[in-house]
Design a protein around this ligand. Structure first.
Ligand code: ZN
Length: 457
């Protein structure tokens, strides 16, 4: 693990992110412990240190672009072992078959070390692109002795060992019977309580995970409501990803998937709906009025051929919107770019979605992630957690608040990180990981596990 230090990061073009984000030329970020002490002109910060100068180490950004650590707002670490895996049945023809023939077979085969390896490996990959915070949605129903008990701690250990930050949840559903559903719910409760009493030292937090309304019976949604009334942790659930979810809700007498979740009290300011593609205008209003956040995963949606969310319309209603990868990759930059192209493609209008897509990454993800940690994350400002990504990018055109979107979409999204700091610790320096982890050894162990898992699958 990198050292916790008092650090002055700079000089470079500091891009603060957040709602009133700015670009500070020849800027720097001053870090004390795991918190940002101040952000400003590098020379001013350096001068203001005065006699404290000796106590601070300099992390030379060499004029590069300094971003906050990037947030991936919807991830499935456990998808790692699906990479290259052959299916045993005919190729799925629709979304529900993709779940049945791929994901619900894979997650049943995951044991303890699988959960650790499948998380640690993508996190290390993501670090090279400046990704430091994940909102992960985990499933391993038969993790140990036929239940998921303890799986979030295993995933959490990978997060702790790799130095990043994550909000985890276990995706409860009724597809594997009542016992697995009940243990899954208590796994969420147990993990949330553990994090609240100090586990993870502020780098881990938990939510109440649910798979989707169409895989949850009324009793399960009711239990989630009761748990959320008590813990106020928020629910993280897939919603209206495919038309089948909306049809299922309609067959139960609701307008759609959002409407059924509203009925069961799942919406609210700490809850996250992933996808929201097949929803009605009335359901958009339900999301907006409840303060629920929506996370968009365009590459997954295209890969599953399930449609495209009306992100521009959701943004117009003031809904908090983020962007995630849905397990396609740890690196959210690709989904961020694809979100922009898809907004214009969906509308058949090249004017659409420029501001809305940039806002997903710059404003939405930080605001969303900050709901689950003790201090703001994903922004460079005083009092926020000290998560910083110095990107190996020297702007070839002027970089300002107005031109930032273009640099993010066409330049920074292709760039690797040069230095990464998370929670005040240097995890990557001059392009090299500074962690006490044998990355090659991890991958070798993962290949052995994957081979066995593919046979069990
Ligand atoms: Zn997902």
């Amino acid at each position: 693990m990198g050292r916790m230090a008092r650090l002055l990061v700079g000089p470079g073009s500091v891009v603060t992110f957040g709602k009133d984000g700015e670009v500070i030329e020849e800027g720097g970020v001053l870090i004390d412990g795991n918190v940002i002490e101040s952000v400003g002109k590098y020379d001013d910060l350096h001068r203001a240190l005065g006699e404290r100068k000796e106590e601070f180490e300099t992390l030379d950004a060499g004029g590069r672009v300094i971003l906050p650590g990037i947030v991936n707002a919807h991830m499935h670490f456990y998808s790692t072992f699906a990479r290259g895996m052959a299916l045993k049945d005919a190729p799925p023809e629709n979304f529900v078959q993709i779940l049945e023939r791929l994901w619900w077979r894979l997650d049943k085969a995951l044991g303890p070390e699988d959960c650790y390896l499948s998380a640690a490996i993508p996190i290390l990959q993501g670090l090279r692109y400046g990704i430091t915070t994940y909102l992960d949605h985990h499933a391993s129903p038969f993790y140990r002795e036929g239940t998921p008990l303890g799986c979030l701690e295993e995933v959490g250990q990978a997060v702790l060992d790799t130095g990043v930050r994550a909000c985890l949840c276990y995706e409860v559903s009724d597809r594997d019977g009542q016992t697995v559903a009940e243990v899954g719910m208590s796994e969420n409760e147990r993990f949330i309580e553990m994090c609240r009493t100090g586990h993870g030292g502020g780098r881990l937090s938990g939510m109440i995970g649910l798979h989707a309304q169409f895989t949850c019976e009324d009793d399960t949604l009711e239990r989630a409501r009761q748990l959320n009334d008590y813990l106020r942790a928020g629910c993280h659930i897939h919603c209206a990803e495919d038309v089948a979810d909306a049809e299922n809700a309609r067959s139960r007498g609701f307008q759609g998937a959002v409407d059924r979740l509203r009925e069961f009290g799942i919406l609210g300011e700490k809850s996250i709906l992933a996808h929201c593609i097949h929803i009605t205008d009335a359901e958009v209003e339900m999301i907006a009025s409840s303060g629920t956040a929506v996370v968009h995963q365009p590459t997954s949606n295209m890969n599953n051929a399930v449609g495209a969310a009306a992100i521009v319309d959701l943004a117009a209603e003031g809904i908090l919107l983020g962007v995630g990868t849905d397990g396609m990759s740890p690196v959210v930059w690709n989904d961020f770019r694809t979100a922009s192209w898809l907004m214009r493609h969906r509308a058949a209008d090249p004017r659409q979605g420029w501001g809305e897509s940039v806002a997903l990454l710059v404003e939405g993800n930080p605001a969303l992630a900050s709901r689950y940690f003790e201090k703001p994350v994903g922004v460079l400002r005083e009092g926020a957690f000290a998560d910083v990504a110095v990107m190996d990018y020297f702007p070839p055109t002027p970089l300002s608040k107005d031109s930032l979107g273009g640099h993010l979409l066409f330049g920074l999204s292709h760039s690797t990180a040069y230095h990464v700091v998370c929670d005040g610790k240097i995890l990557l320096e001059s392009g090299r990981l500074k962690l006490d982890i044998d990355e090659e050894g991890l991958a070798a162990r993962a290949r052995e596990h994957a081979q066995e898992l593919w046979e069990r699958f």
